[in-house]
Ligand binder design. Structure first.
Ligand code: DP6
Length: 361
């Protein structure tokens, strides 16, 4: 498929008001997306677990307007008008307008809320942009009712990617691949696809306890970080490594080899941060407590043989990953020994999820 497959044939748009709602989850990458080309094309393939509890709920109300010179929209978070969200949505609308010819013909009211604390430092761009993309797709589906579910999901993911790269992995679950790589059939740079191969029982119901180490604004946005990969001295090897890791992950997911899984995801997380520390300008997003937690996890794993591992996103928070069957002892350890390193002792219990859902009124 190419971008052109997402440009619809000319259609007639009924000038009527309407309203649509979706809830869409966040996701956590196992092999990381870090580095992108023009038009939100990733430099390397990535794979993620879709989450279940960390979600954005968005209602999009639309009403026809006469003046089509500009986009017209207003944004609310938890009922409060958020003009500071507008530039990001404006950019998103500009990127997707060729694919959604109705965009200029309506005024939109975007009402959004997150199930996780707003100030948690958890990226809401993946869940937020995917929820908005899904709402827009529901409008297009009402114009083109014959659209298949497969195409709906592909285009929703394609549009979400243009809002935020990782958002394209939030439409479906439970494991999503984005970015072309030879070892995964159907993988492509334009949208996320469901991981198409066998997954061992060990990885069903995988748990993700998110330790909120630092809830402040990120010092460096993901977009800036991605761009720093352009002249990065280790970029070529890193992009190649992501392909190799995805290929290795394929046999790990099939065999259920938890030790190799942990080794791979922890190496990916630390490589992501190593890329940040070796870019120019360089930066560090981990905090002292991030390292305290990592060391405690390693010590506990060595002492108990339990399959507890971690990953990181572009921030200081730690995602603690473990199989459901070991959750009793691991949760006890988290509560007794790790929560003390969180800001205000806050953490979120999440697990693998199966993707976004439409909310019917
Ligand atoms: C570290 O998707 O937030 O979480 O495309 O610029 O919006 P933009 O970046 P974003 O980057 C996420 C990077 C990451 C790794 C990952 O999710 O794969």
């Amino acid at each position: 498929m190419t971008e052109h497959d997402f440009i619809p044939k000319p259609y007639t748009i009924a000038k009527q008001t309407g309203k649509v709602s979706w809830e869409s989850p966040s996701n956590i990458a196992l092999v990381k997306y870090w580095g992108k080309k023009k038009d939100q094309i990733p430099e390397n393939p990535s794979i993620s677990f879709t989450l279940n509890n960390c979600k954005t709920i968005t209602t999009l109300s639309y009403s026809p307007k006469e003046n089509v010179a500009d986009f017209s929209f207003e944004v609310y978070l938890d009922g409060i008008k958020k003009d500071d969200f507008k530039p990001k949505i404006q950019t998103f609308f500009e990127r997707v307008e060729d694919y959604l010819p109705f965009l200029r013909q309506f005024h939109f009211k975007i009402e959004t809320q997150n199930t996780f604390p707003h100030s948690s430092g958890i990226a809401s761009s993946a869940s937020g942009m995917s929820a908005l993309a899904l709402c827009l797709m529901s409008i297009e589906k009402s114009i083109q009712p014959q659209m298949t579910v497969e195409f709906f999901n592909q285009k929703a993911s394609f549009l979400a990617r243009l809002g935020s790269g990782s958002a394209c992995r939030s439409i479906e679950g439970d494991l999503i691949v984005w970015g072309k790589t030879d070892s995964i059939q159907g993988s492509n740079d334009l949208f996320g696809v469901k991981y198409p191969y066998a997954v061992h029982e060990n990885f069903k119901n995988y748990q993700d306890t998110i330790l909120l180490v630092d809830k402040g604004e990120k010092q460096v946005s993901s977009t800036v970080g991605h761009n720093l990969m352009h002249d990065h001295p280790f970029a070529k090897n890193r992009f190649q490594q992501a392909h190799t890791n995805l290929e290795s992950l394929k046999s790990i997911l099939k065999s259920g080899d938890l030790d190799s899984f942990i080794e791979l995801i922890e190496s990916e997380a630390l490589t992501l941060h190593a890329m940040m520390m070796t870019s120019m300008p360089y930066f560090i997003l981990m905090k002292p407590n991030t390292l305290e937690i990592i060391n405690k996890i390693w010590k506990f794993r060595k002492a108990t043989g339990l399959h507890i591992g971690f990953t990181l996103d572009a921030g200081a928070n730690v995602h603690v990953l473990y199989p459901k069957k070991e959750s009793e002892k691991i949760l006890e350890f988290i509560q007794n020994e790790l929560v003390a390193y969180c800001k205000n002792e806050e953490y979120i219990c999440d697990e693998i999820g199966f993707g976004a859902e439409k909310i019917n009124d």
